[in-house]
Design a protein around this ligand. Structure first.
Ligand code: GLN
Length: 271
């Protein structure tokens, strides 16, 4: 055991020397000039869970684009690096596991700021307001959850929408069969193919879906959950968080935010 340990020390020491000799002044390859440590040099690595249009989804060429992507690009520009996007399940994003393991620097996934998530992630200032909405096929509208008793209602696993529905079903003791899908595409597919009679998700993603598939699906009811989205960094990563917050604040005051909003979301609700 002892011999192995010593051998390990020797290897580490020689690697450290190689590193110092190979790159004299840059001792931390993944640190920007502003002193922000990144998991990969020259890159702001973003974790997201695709698809989640209009916040993040692939364009016809396969490039990931959207509202969140455009905002995080501002952070990358500020840091003098480029954004690279990693598609990964939502569970690892919201639990902090992906940020903690160094899979990415920042999480941008249309993610709602919640007290539970705040325990494991450090959130930016809010960058978007959202509510939950119940979608059905056109002509098959239901207005209340009570109308879904004895029927199947789809939700997306790990989301605030799923949590909201599970709480409602329990509190009101509604015998609804809640079916959880692994991502938004699977949920929308389930609604389109009658596997569920209604589906719950964030309102802006239904609005986007309806824009892309006119006449098929409608928002039949809304639940004013008063959610706000935040970008997240690993707990304690104050340097990066400051840059994220500064980029959002600057974009809000110089009109860039409104431009990005108009491009990806559409007309701004009167406030
Ligand atoms: N806003 C929802 C949440 O945070 C959904 C996010 C998502 O599915 N990407 O749970």
């Amino acid at each position: 055991m002892r011999a192995t340990g010593l051998a390990g020390v020797a290897i580490v020491a020689s690697l450290a020397l190689t590193g110092a000799a190979g790159c004299a002044k840059k001792d931390t390859g993944g640190t920007t000039e502003a002193g922000v440590a990144l998991v990969k040099a020259g890159t702001l690595t973003t974790c997201t869970h695709l698809p989640y249009a209009p916040f993040q989804s692939k364009d016809p060429s396969g490039k990931v684009v959207g509202f969140d992507v455009a905002l995080i690009d501002l952070v990358a520009t500020k840091l003098g690096v480029t954004q690279a996007i990693v598609d990964t399940p939502f569970e690892g994003i919201k639990s902090g596991a992906d940020l903690n393991s160094g899979k990415c620097d920042v999480a941008a996934a249309g993610m709602t700021i919640t007290d539970e998530r705040k325990k494991v992630l450090d959130f930016s200032v809010p960058y978007f307001d959202a509510t939950q909405a119940l979608a059905t096929q056109a002509g098959k509208e239901v207005k209340t959850l009570e109308e879904l008793v004895g029927k199947r209602l789809g939700v997306q696993g790990g989301t605030t929408g799923e949590e909201y529905i599970n709480t409602q079903v329990k509190e009101k003791n509604l015998k609804i069969e809640v079916v959880s899908y692994k991502d938004l595409a699977a949920l929308q597919q389930a609604l389109a193919t009658n596997q569920v009679v209604a589906a719950v998700n964030d309102l802006p993603v239904w609005n986007e879906y309806i824009k892309a598939n006119p006449g098929k699906v409608v928002v039949a009811a809304g639940f004013d959950t008063g959610e706000q989205y935040g970008f997240a960094v690993k707990k304690g990563n104050a340097e990066l968080l400051k840059n994220v917050n500064d980029a959002i604040t600057a974009a809000r005051s110089d009109g860039t935010y409104d431009k990005i909003y108009a491009e990806w979301i559409g007309e701004k609700p009167a406030s």
